[in-house]
Design a protein around this ligand. Sequence first.
Ligand SMILES: O=C(CO)[C@H](O)[C@H](O)COP(=O)(O)O
Length: 210
Amino acid sequence: MKLQLALDLVDIPGAKEVVAEVADYIDIVEIGTPIVINEGLHAVKAIKDAFPQLTVLADLKIMDAGGYEVMKASEAGADIITVLGVSDDSTIRGAVEEAKKSGKEVLVDLINVKDIKGRAAEVDALGVDYICVHSGYDHQAEGKNSFEDLQAIKSVVKQAKTAIAGGIKLDTLPEVIEAKPDLVIVGGGITGQVDKKAVAAEMKRLVSQS
Ligand SMILES: O=C(CO)[C@H](O)[C@H](O)COP(=O)(O)O
């Protein structure tokens, strides 16, 4: 099981500072959608250049033009690019095709998908690398999480790795780990802590045991 740090509410210097603190304890660093909106794909390049040993995920949440947008993120140095599960199959197919050309990976985010199980089975058949259940900030504000969704998709996904994101904290991590995702994505659960390094180290210890 791997640990991904999601960076959302920082600029490029702020992102570098956080990653420098926790780099030893994370497998993947995510350049979150708000950073890409504020800074563009330069943020992906800046982090990949500064931390070449880390896998970098660009959370573009692609909804259309899958091939083109994956190509641009790949050129910036992203290793994994996100596409929305609610997008058309042709968008996901285009993203997967483009990613494969350059040895990159596609993570499909099932945020706001209604038929989680059905869509997970469909995108799995499209050859994506990761399928992620995700309670976004707006759902988190309503007290929702994706723990049950993870169990649901695990019963149908055959080839892709599974991932979970949305409001995961140190105290809820054991429950997440029990459902055995391949990837746990944590943003505020690390970035919002005073001692980020200690929390990331403990999270890494827990996920590494599974
Ligand atoms: O993609 C996101 C929001 O759309 C976040 O990166 C993701 O939810 C992880 O952050 P947090 O752990 O703070 O919820």
